[in-house]
Ligand binder design. Structure first.
Ligand code: ADP
Length: 684
């Protein structure tokens, strides 16, 4: 704690102590003029604000001592017996302590209770009211106990009156202190306060003038009419039109007028003959004015805050919406949201463009004939096959190719459609449909495939000639007598033979790739166990013939699949061949082949004990010409897995690669089960 901090805390302590002494004196004065009955007790409210402001101040102990002393001495010096005054001093301390404890427990966010918030809503007010009543009841139980101990008598009427004046005091002065204290502490480090406009200032002044005149009229003039009920209307006017700080001021002014007039035997409450009852009534009037005015003002403040927040949120949402609309509208891909009733709730311009400008009337989706939709093989699209309908039934439609052919696009456009269901909070669904134009991509791919096929075929002939002439030259060399250049010629021809073999491997790969793309799928039940066993035997024989370690196979019972037998053989042979090839030198290749049926698909796993796939390349190896172990001792073209992927996809299945926990790799692919009635063949 710095000296400056302590000094300013001490200065505040002295200021509050003076204020408190004045409040005690003012309260006791009302007792002097009203036959010993204390009519008001502003000291309770001042003490609460004092201790709230000094909740964590370094002069807390001094505050406590000063409060007890001022209250005790104040009572004694104004006529109370010394023993009652001592009790009063300690009861005052109990009151502030109880108030602080209860407020901290129920509203710790409020200023003075541990937080920094002002009163913000009617709920805050009701909690403050409950805390006030709780505090005052607790304090007066303590006070009564003290009085009984000191005087031996229990003045019930005085206690009821004291309860009312303490509640009124804390509610009016305490609420104002907490609210303004919070605003003040924020104002110091927050933005500067805005000055009200001329008309607003005029309205505030007008309401104050009207209310003061009305209350003076009802209290200060002797007309004998019980007009106090009508005064609540003025409080309601102030509460509905003024902000909380103004209402707090209004409450204080009105309460002062009511108390002062009643003290000087004027106004409607002065007609009550019993001074004690009169005091209770005027306090109840003050409490009512405070509660009504504050509840209305806080409700209004809360509404204004909520409306401002709502407005800001709406503006932010509008900005975001405009941004999203701009992004969606500028997309080259088409995006549409279609409701369960077939109505298009959102569609960007690209959708209309991709569908050749076809737009159904009234935003209700039309049948596939309207748009001219076909399968890629040229057959008509049935209405129930439309992607959005499939998405609405829960199916995840991914990358289905669709041919759009209508008068606007007579040459046809291939669009890849993806659709997913979008659930709404009310339990209904919409479908989000994405359209991506793949015409150019497809054409390019088809051209490339046929080019690869043609090139591969055309290359085979000259290659066969090269191989033939190489063999012939080798034969011819056998008859040549020893010559210094003969060894060199043999070595060169061996290199030529190896290069030709590599070239043939590449051409075979290209041809297989083109075939895997082009050939029609002739699906029939295939005994997978038999195919795998056959391939395993052939591979084992080839390894023995080549003088390499013989691979060991563990083959489980594999369910039959519905697939093209030639393509399935090519698929399994590629995978088994890779598993044997990518094994460390000298290691006996071990393969475990298992399968499981899931729904309509059979999933096959081929696990090896090979060298594994380098990190991050598990997907890339399925791309054309991708070699993960390029440059190493393993020969290849990088086409085998691309062919496998194509074969599997053409049967509607998936293929993937993963690391096997045992050290090698694990390739998994799925094909339609033989029992499945309709194998999902992807359109080509
Ligand atoms: P390649 O003709 O090079 O074998 P593939 O398309 O069959 O071409 O395989 C692509 C790449 O994937 C290979 O170059 C190799 O790096 C990796 N690969 C394929 N199968 C395996 C395997 N069983 N274990 C480790 N790596 C493999």
């Amino acid at each position: 704690m710095t000296t400056t901090g302590y000094r300013s805390s001490l200065a505040r302590t002295l200021m509050f102590a003076l204020l408190y002494a004045a409040a005690v004196y003012a309260g006791r004065r009302t007792a002097m003029v009203a036959d010993g009955v204390t009519l008001i007790w502003p000291a309770a409210g001042v003490a609460v604000v004092w201790f709230c402001a000094h909740r964590d101040a370094p002069t807390r102990r001094l505050d406590t001592v000063l409060l007890v002393v001022i209250l005790g001495v104040g009572n004694w010096r104004t006529g109370a017996p010394w023993d009652v005054s001592v009790v009063a001093g300690f009861v005052g301390l109990i009151q502030v302590s109880l108030f602080q404890w209860a407020l901290h427990r129920w509203r710790p966010n409020l200023w003075g209770a541990g937080g920094h918030e002002p009163l913000r809503s009617p709920r805050d007010l009701w909690v403050l009211f409950a805390v006030t009543v709780f505090t005052c009841v607790g304090t007066h139980l303590a006070s009564m106990l003290g009085r009984v101990l000191v005087t031996g008598s229990l003045p019930v009427a005085v206690s009821a009156m004291a309860l009312a004046r303490h509640v009124a005091s804390i509610l009016i002065i305490g609420a104002a202190g907490i609210h303004l204290g919070a605003r003040l502490s924020r104002w110091r480090d927050g933005p500067p306060l805005r000055r009200p406009s001329f008309w607003r200032a005029a309205e505030i002044g007008g309401i104050f003038a009207l209310s003061i005149a009305g209350h003076l009229g009802a209290f200060a003039y002797e007309h004998g009419l019980p007009l106090s009920f009508a005064l609540l209307g003025l409080t309601v006017l102030a509460g509905t039109r003024l902000r909380t700080p103004w209402v707090l001021l209004h409450n204080a002014v009105i309460s002062t007028i009511a108390v002062q007039c009643t003290l000087s035997d004027r106004g409607p409450f002065a007609q009550v003959p019993d001074v004690g009852q009169r005091a209770v009534i005027v306090q109840l009037f003050d409490i009512l004015v405070a509660l009504v005015g504050l509840a209305l003002a806080l409700g209004r403040d809360e509404r204004v805050t909520l409306l401002t927040a709502l407005d800001e949120e709406k503006t932010a949402l509008d900005t975001q919406k405009n941004l999203l609309t701009a992004v969606i509208d500028s997309m080259a891909d088409g995006l549409a949201v279609i409701g369960a009733d077939g109505r298009v709730t959102l569609r960007n311009p690209a959708v209309t463009e991709l569908l050749g400008g076809c737009r159904s009337p009234d935003d209700a989706l039309a049948g596939s004939d309207w748009y001219g939709l076909y399968h890629v093989d040229g057959t008509r699209y049935a209405d129930e096959e439309l992607a959005y309908l499939r998405a609405l039934t829960g199916e995840d439609v991914r990358g289905v190719d669709m041919l759009v052919r209508n008068p606007a696009v007579p040459e046809g456009r291939v669009v890849r459609v993806t659709a997913t269901a979008l659930p709404h909070p009310d339990g209904t669904h919409s479908a989000v449909v994405l359209f991506h134009d793949v015409t150019a991509e497809r054409r390019h791919r088809d051209e490339l495939t046929s080019f690869a096929g043609v090139v591969a075929h055309d290359l085979l002939n000259p290659l066969a000639s090269v191989e033939g002439w190489t063999a012939a030259t080798l034969d011819a060399l056998d008859g040549v007598p020893d010559h210094p250049c003969l060894d060199q010629a043999h070595a060169d021809l061996a290199r030529l033979t190896r290069a030709s073999a590599r070239m043939r491997g590449l051409i075979d790969g290209l041809l297989a790739y083109a075939t895997a793309r082009e050939a029609a799928v002739a699906a029939s039940p295939v005994d997978l166990t038999e195919v795998v066993a056959d391939i395993a035997q052939a591979r084992a024989d080839a390894a023995v013939a080549a003088g390499k370690p013989e691979p060991r196979f563990t083959i489980a019972e594999l369910p039959p699949v519905q697939a093209d037998p030639v393509l399935v053989r090519q698929l399994v042979d590629n995978l088994v061949g890779n598993a044997i090839k990518y094994t460390a030198p000298g290691v006996v290749p071990r393969l475990v082949i298992t399968a499981a049926t899931t729904g309509e698909m059979v999933t096959v796993r081929i696990v090896d004990n090979g060298i594994g796939i380098p990190e991050g390349q598990h997907d890339a190896i399925f791309g054309n010409f991708h070699r993960a172990h390029a440059g190493s001792a393993y020969a290849g073209t990088g086409l085998g897995l691309a062919i496998c992927k194509r074969i599997v996809e053409r049967h509607g299945g998936d293929i993937s690669a993963a690391d096997d926990p045992g050290g090698g790799s694990c390739f998994t692919f799925s094909l339609p089960a033989a029992a499945a009635a309709h194998p999902r063949l992807a359109p080509v």
